[in-house]
Design a binder for this molecule. Structure first.
Ligand SMILES: [Zn+2]
Length: 462
């Protein structure tokens, strides 16, 4: 009788203990999360400075010395926060990164105030709940917990909350810190956004570990011509030259290939797929060109994972309806595999276009970042805690098509891994969109996951 009454409550307490942080830690993380969401940090109209200051105040109140806290940025509105928690120094530091700016959100586009933190029906709502203030809140809450618990890591734990990731502008916090205060964020490796957990219909399917990203090159295709009166057309026409060039680009495809990361990705995917697709995915991982052709044709996302892509995105040309065009131009946006060079893409395009009247030039600055090596300790710890919290869910290394601030760190020689342990519905990702949200349970589970992961990665031999 005693056992019957006692056992269920003990069991549920144990299970809860595995995935949920203690009540007081949950409350602290929630309070920080709310504070972050309610500070308007839209990258054009808002400011990240009040966030950096609010977090600095919390850290000081918890006993972090002022000398371990840095607040500063490229301009007064775009401050970053960097804080260092000292370890024994046996190993080089770990850097925990999150950005605190958000994509703009207008009240009239949302069903609620985007800058009010609302908990409703099992979700936290607000701009930045997913991208990227959940991770920022958890980094700070967990750091305060390590300190309170007297945790002694073998490496310094550095948390950097940075500005202007979304804007991609000149005030980007990571870029600025690398250029001006490199020593503050110098680390053996970094954990960042970019890899989250995927759920389908409420079922958790993968916990993603982002280890590389494609990089972006924008090319300007331009044709200039002396023009003339449209009543006396000639064959040599700027618009026709450009149209021909773009048509040839549209029919061209870059070679299909895999790298260390995408090979591992397809091999893991193959385990969860049955039938012809499953066997093709496995063959892709083994390097079969035929299977790559079929898999690329089956999904735009798989196609983009297997090759560099280039697509026309903007057009301009002509100056009057009754004049032969003196200018025709287009922007061609390329997403390039990390192991391919700017020159190789440019010369491939020149060869396909095969028209020396079409000039092809790189627009703006290109940041090319290498893939981070698949560090065994990171992969092992991520797998271990994923399996403890969510038994049977695999950790899948991924290369993403979009970009994060990880590219600046990778380019500067700091391997960077996107990992969060926040699960969300694969078909309902609301980053940058309306009614952005994060599951309440998913948030706290991510808090536990990141707490354990960072703890393990900061101890020698773990
Ligand atoms: Zn983000």
């Amino acid at each position: 009788m005693f056992r019957l009454l006692f056992l269920p409550s003990l069991l549920s307490a144990c299970l809860l203990g595995q995935t949920m942080p203690p009540e007081a830690e949950r409350q602290l993380a929630r309070e920080i999360y709310k504070e972050l969401i309610e500070i308007k940090s839209g990258f054009t109209s808002g400011s990240t400075t009040p966030i950096a200051e609010a977090m600095a105040a919390r850290l000081k109140a918890a006993g972090f010395p002022a000398s371990d806290i840095f607040v500063g940025g490229a301009i007064p509105k775009k401050a970053n926060l960097v804080v260092r928690y000292h370890g024994t120094g046996r190993q080089k530091p770990i850097l925990l990164l999150a950005h605190t700016d958000v994509v703009e959100a207008r009240r009239e586009d949302w069903n609620m105030d985007p800058f009010q933190f609302i908990e409703k029906d099992g979700y936290f709502y607000g701009r930045g709940t997913g991208d990227d203030k959940a991770q920022a809140a958890v980094w700070i809450a967990n750091l305060l917990r390590y300190k309170r618990e007297g945790f002694k890591p073998d490496r310094d734990i550095i948390v950097a909350l940075t500005a202007d990731e979304e804007g991609g502008g000149p005030y980007n916090g990571v870029k600025w810190l690398l250029q001006n205060h490199r020593q503050l964020i110098d680390a053996e490796f970094c954990l960042n956004e970019g890899g989250w957990g995927e759920a389908v219909g409420g079922k958790k399917v993968t916990n993603n570990l982002q280890v590389s990203e494609k990089y972006v090159i924008n090319f300007r295709f331009e044709v200039r011509n002396k023009g003339g009166h449209s009543s006396m057309p000639v064959a040599d026409n700027a618009i026709y030259h450009l149209a021909g060039a773009l048509d040839r680009v549209s029919k061209f495809a870059f070679p299909l290939k895999t790298n260390e990361v995408t090979k591992a990705y397809f091999a893991e995917l193959a385990k969860g797929e049955k039938g012809a697709v499953g066997s093709d995915l496995a063959k892709v991982a083994e390097g079969s060109q035929d299977a790559m052709q079929r898999i690329a044709a089956a999904s735009p996302a798989w196609n983009a994972t297997l090759r560099t892509t280039c697509v026309a995105t903007q057009l301009e040309g002509g100056h009057a309806s009754n004049a032969l065009p003196q200018l025709a131009a287009a922007t061609v946006n390329c997403r390039v595999l990390p192991d391919e060079s700017v020159d190789s893409v440019q010369s491939a395009l020149q060869k396909i276009v095969a028209d020396d009247q079409v000039s092809i030039k790189v627009m703006g600055e290109v940041t090319k970042s290498p893939a981070s090596p698949l560090r065994p300790d990171v992969l092992k710890a991520a797998k271990r805690f994923t399996d403890t919290l969510w038994p049977g869910v695999p950790v899948i290394p991924i290369m993403v098509m979009g970009g994060t601030d990880g590219m600046y760190l990778r380019a500067a020689g700091t391997p960077t891994y996107g990992i969060q342990g926040f699960f969300m519905d694969r078909d309902d990702i609301r980053f940058h969109g309306r009614d952005e949200r994060m599951g309440v349970k998913e948030f706290y589970e991510g808090q536990t996951f990141l707490y354990e992961l960072v703890k393990a990665l900061s101890k020698a031999g773990d």
